[in-house]
Design a protein around this ligand. Sequence first.
Ligand SMILES: [Zn+2]
Length: 341
Amino acid sequence: MNRRRRRKRIGVGRIVLIAALIIAVVVVAKVAHGASVNRANDASPNSGPADVSEELQAETGAGVVGIRPGAQTAAGPEDGREDGQVFLRPAPQETQEETGSEWPDEPGLAVGPAETEPPAPAIDPSQPMVALTFDDGPSATLTPRLLDILRDNGVHATFFVVGYNLDGNEAILQRAVAEGHEIGNHTMNHPHLRSLGSAELDQEIGAMRQRIVDITGQQVVPIRPPYGETNDTVDAHITDPVILWSVDSRDWADRDVGMACDHIYNDTFDGCIILMHDIHPETVDAAAIFIPWLKEQGYQLVTVSELGQYRSGGLNAGEHYFSIAAPETEAAETAPAETAA
Ligand SMILES: [Zn+2]
């Protein structure tokens, strides 16, 4: 009896196991069939998983077809996509919620090249701008302080340097250029150029120019003749734009922070060139005050070459500049007063 019951129990167990296997096989077969039908319905003709360029070309009114690569493909799992799925990017005319949410971040399918160019300078040519100029340096102590102020305010300036201040200060010029400023030629020895002969002019102008080129690599070196003094003989030795000025801070005469600021507050206009000297501590102290003020007034602070570039398409060699007005408001240029530059 015991034996028989045991056999009977074993027989029932086998039947249950076989039935379970049959159900399992049927389910697997149905699932496999359904998946293949879905693929046949959904996949586009160019459904190769790596054919991204053709997918992008397919971007029409109907939308973009994208294929998530399967685990077996070379795309690998690092892109976080699910395996082997095919899906349709919603067309632009579809509803907002669909277009925004249904397409996951797909860096591999991004349209257009990656942005590699540095951001353009934030100068708006249609807005007011002025050129700050600092003469007679560099100063080993004051010019770096001024460079800090310019950097902290995000503005640029032009430094008209003299030869007798260059030795040992070359790195200051290189820092200035690296930070977007411009170096100008203010001669070797700050002489009255009109009184010099040809050989001396070559030394004061040409040799000094070459010194600046050697230090900075600048191709154009705007020149400011000391005291603003030129004549035809002097000009014949000049191969760069001649930069004079239209606003005199009179920092060289007053040596006073408040007075330097007042001159700039009262006299600054769009396109002007402002004369200052970075060998006076009062000038650097004033710069920390009037530069934020100029920015608040809407002025963009640029180098003289930038002013020329934005306002007239570039500075011309040999031409004398006191200010550069916006093209549509061609204002008369202002001659500088006799002064010490
Ligand atoms: Zn000077």
